[in-house]
Design a protein around this ligand. Structure first.
Ligand SMILES: [Fe+2]
Length: 330
């Protein structure tokens, strides 16, 4: 058996899926393996998109494809979300559904074997991505940004629920805004290595992103892209602004690099003038590294490490409502 991804359950227990379960331009909802003889080889990671080329090459073949996503868990998450969605649900019923959903999250994900992708997939199914073309564009340019988008959208939605946001329209706007938070980095078609390096350095230590770029050739252009990317992201999100129930939520993306002490960019705002929603997506942006992420069973162990053990971002601890909420949830 040849696999580059560690699975905690035997392959023979996995449910079979064919590519016909997916569609061109849509994300696959679990790792897909091709079985060639006795060998199972990973060929699409969870969160990847099915391209036209892949679809045409593999869909009509008899190659066996396996997915580790737990559909029962996805269905459970969807059921809780539907209670929050239904207009006739009382505030008390919505808050109860929210509490049950977070309990499920704690038992099955935070301290269990499910993948964070179960939550992403359920969220995406009910919330919908407002601009699938833009999501596909981001994926084609950078798998790293795509993985960050999946994690960011999921964690921000969970943060909002932990902070008692049970307005379904608001949750789906937060999910979408967080998914496209860094899409401004692809405005120049390809985020170069240096821009991504700067973004990671900035994540670990405020101000280090620009310092890194200052010493490079064409630093003015790179700094301009880096400095303005929250505004670029907003401009790109605005293409689908008619799908937002609360268009002002899309604007929070402009503030995802503003910091506690007014040391952020592009507007040097301080914590005291940022809203709860701005803090939610900034928190997700701060804890998720610029790396590819393996969505597998038990992957929340890696998220917990990011939340609780990363000394380099200790400045965020105790000051951000999302951190406190996650700490309480654990
Ligand atoms: Fe950013």
């Amino acid at each position: 058996m040849n696999m580059s991804i560690k699975l905690n359950i035997p392959l023979e227990n996995l449910q079979d899926f064919g590519l016909e379960e997916s569609h061109i331009g849509k994300m696959v909802f679990g790792h897909l393996f091709i079985a060639i003889g006795a060998r199972n080889i990973l060929f699409l990671r969870a969160g990847d998109f099915v391209t036209k080329e892949i679809y045409e090459k593999y869909c009509k073949s008899s190659i066996k494809i396996l997915s580790p996503l737990d559909q029962d868990a996805v269905n459970t998450i969807e059921d809780y979300l539907r209670i929050i969605k239904v207009g006739s649900s009382s505030e008390e019923e919505k808050l109860t559904a929210k509490s049950d959903l977070l309990l499920f999250f704690r038992r099955k994900c935070l301290n269990g074997d499910l993948s964070v992708l179960n939550f992403y997939y359920a969220f995406k199914k009910l919330f919908k991505l407002y601009d699938l073309d833009l999501a596909y564009e981001q994926y084609k340019v950078s798998h790293i940004l795509n993985h960050r988008a999946i994690l960011s959208a999921t964690l921000s939605t969970l943060s909002a629920l932990m902070l008692n946001v049970v307005d379904f329209s608001c949750l789906k706007d937060i999910f979408n805004t967080s998914f496209f938070m860094d899409v401004g980095l692809i405005k120049q078609s390809i985020p170069c290595f240096h821009i991504m390096q700067a973004a990671e350095k900035e994540r670990l230590n405020i101000g280090d992103g620009k310092k890194y770029l200052e010493h490079l050739v064409a630093s003015d252009t790179l700094i301009s892209i880096f400095d303005q990317h929250p505004i670029f992201s907003y401009d790109m999100i605005r293409r689908s602004i008619q799908k937002f129930s609360y268009p002002e939520i899309a604007k929070i993306v402009k503030c995802h690099h503003e910091n506690l002490e007014g040391t952020g960019f592009p507007s040097s705002m301080s914590y005291h003038v940022t809203s709860k929603f701005e803090q939610i997506i900034h928190y997700s942006d701060t804890i998720i590294p610029f790396n590819t992420f393996d969505f597998v069973y038990g992957d929340f162990e890696a998220i917990k490490t990011l939340i609780f053990q990363n000394k380099d971002i200790s400045w965020v601890r105790g000051k951000w409502s999302s951190y406190v909420a996650y700490k309480e949830a654990a």
